[in-house]
Design a binder for this molecule. Structure first.
Ligand code: KPL
Length: 299
């Protein structure tokens, strides 16, 4: 397949690297990253190892022809701009896969694309951006794929991801899985970002008590929304991801370290908003949102 990765940060670069083993991949990224990849290839260390000689460009206008699918890996606050740019360049018939965190990407994508063109890829792979041209694959995870309508492309991408060494599964209920993934992020990302620690530090008993409380509030909101999610299962899953990604710096921490905005509004902020609609108190999540905003303001 011809695959275009729009947003070659840590995760986009990692997926692009492995997918390039069997596909023609082009990365769209920031100038320094693109320049480094063109000069020396994309270096991936850690759980994935190698130098991948992949095409890299700075914007979609430079892409020649049409890809079979586009993987969007930009931050959730940039989703709409990214989709607008993609549709302007390739039209509305293109398959777009969201490889992102957050609960609002789907709605943003639906404003510009038909449901039959949108795929969600929810991943717990862990990856850090080391420097332009280099990423570190810090922890293995699963990637759940799904869409709102039956689509052959979901199966095809799932097969491809498995063939290049990711663990991919097709979801039976992608909305529920999107919430599950967002809850994992809600429990891990803000706390690690505030305390500037690797994910594994959340196993500290004091910190894990906060994780429990965040998780409980998130599950209450999800259940009020009609999703079939149980607190014990969810907490277990959060703990498994903390263990599997214990050496990783969460994407929220990485954003703050690089002086960037975080995805807090699409994760905990979104959960608080929905909680408000159903009259559910989300005190701990509210607090985390406020603290992350304070930290963002100090950038
Ligand atoms: O998705 C992640 C993130 O950091 O955004 C996890 C899986 C929590 C890994 O850090």
């Amino acid at each position: 397949m011809r695959i275009l990765v729009f947003g070659a940060g840590a995760m986009g670069s990692l997926f692009g690297s492995r997918l390039s083993i069997r596909n023609h991949v082009t990365l769209v990224g920031r100038r320094e990253h693109v320049r480094a990849i063109r000069e020396k290839g994309l270096v991936v260390r850690g759980e994935t190892k190698g130098v991948f000689y992949i095409d890299a460009i700075e914007n979609v206008e430079e892409y020649e022809g049409y890809p079979d699918l586009i993987l969007i890996a930009v931050k959730s606050y940039d989703t709409e701009d990214a989709v607008r740019e993609i549709v302007r360049r390739f039209g509305k018939e293109i398959y777009v896969v969201s490889l992102q965190n957050g609960l609002d990407n789907l709605d943003k994508m639906k404003k510009h694309l038909g449901e039959d063109r949108i795929i969600l890829a929810l991943t717990t792979e862990a990856c850090t951006f080391s420097r332009p041209g280099e990423v570190l694959h810090t922890g293995r995870g699963k990637t759940i794929l799904g869409s709102l309508t039956e689509m052959d492309m979901v199966e095809k991408l799932g097969e491809e991801l498995n063939l290049v060494g990711f663990e991919a599964e097709i979801s039976k209920d992608i909305i529920r899985d999107m919430w599950r993934k967002a809850m994992i992020n809600a429990c891990i990302n803000p706390l690690t970002a505030l305390l500037e620690v690797e994910n594994g530090r959340l196993k500290n008993p004091v910190l894990f008590e906060i994780v429990r409380r965040v998780c409980r509030e998130c599950v209450e909101v999800a259940v009020a929304k009609g999703l079939d999610i149980e607190y014990d299962d969810m907490l277990k899953e959060v703990e498994e991801v903390i263990d599997a990604t214990s050496r990783n710096l969460s994407s929220m921490l990485q954003s703050l370290m690089r002086g960037r905005k975080t995805e807090i509004d699409s994760i905990n902020g979104y959960i608080c908003k929905v909680g408000g609609e159903y009259g559910i108190r989300t005190e701990v999540n509210d607090l985390l949102v406020k603290l992350i905003r304070m930290k963002e303001a100090r950038r």
